[in-house]
Design a protein around this ligand. Structure first.
Ligand code: GDP
Ligand code: MG
Length: 175
């Protein structure tokens, strides 16, 4: 359990991106190893935490999820406050959700600390036959904007842990 554990660091990481790209399910997979097809039940949860060990330090990851505000581009500055990491999530079967990444990045850069570690996530890689965003397009965008990049599936649990561990260990490296 997490009781009696000395926490060395708390890292706030925010999830952003269009509605329905899989942000809530990525978080459910990482924090609880769960996935639900109908994720409306989790609406209203502000953040979830998971404690892990990085370099012999106890790091509490506090991952923030939107409660649907992204539909109206009404994610507030309070959401970004104190964030040391951000995951920009798109759905690789929805081109528009990738094209909107530039807007989300701009919004993030306008609100967040300039040293924030940012990772681009192409989610739903289990739906490969419906792919609408070639890996190279995402890689090019990530390289140009200086972002980490990974393709994930919250459904099949592909790369989810790796993606979170990558962003968290890079945050750790910078402190
Ligand atoms: P959010 O609005 O970004 O939080 O998206 P949700 O996490 O609520 O997911 C939106 C829809 O996509 C739901 O029907 C999920 O079951 C589905 N979904 C999420 N992640 C994946 C994935 O990796 N693969 C597939 N096939 N579906 C997913
Ligand atoms: Mg959600």
């Amino acid at each position: 359990g997490e009781y009696n554990q000395k926490i060395d660091y708390v890292f706030k990481v925010v999830l952003i991106g269009d509605s329905a790209v899989g942000k809530t399910q990525l978080l459910a997979r990482f924090a609880k190893n769960q996935f639900s097809v109908d994720s409306k039940a989790t609406i209203g949860v502000e953040f979830q935490t998971k404690t892990l060990i990085i370099d012999n330090k106890t790091v509490k990851a506090q991952i923030w999820d939107t409660a649907g505000q992204e539909r109206y581009r009404a994610v507030t500055s309070a959401y970004y406050r104190g964030a040391v990491g951000a995951m920009l999530v798109f759905d690789m079967t929805k081109r528009q959700s990738f094209d909107n990444m530039a807007k989300w990045l701009e919004e993030l850069r306008g609100h967040a600390d300039k040293n924030i570690v940012v990772m681009l996530i192409g989610n739903k890689c289990d739906l490969g036959t419906l792919r609408a965003v070639p890996t190279e397009d995402a890689e090019e965008f990530a390289q140009r904007e200086n972002l980490f990049f990974m393709e994930t599936s919250a459904l099949e649990s592909t790369n989810v842990e790796t993606a979170f561990l990558t962003i968290l260990s890079n945050i750790y490296r910078l402190i």
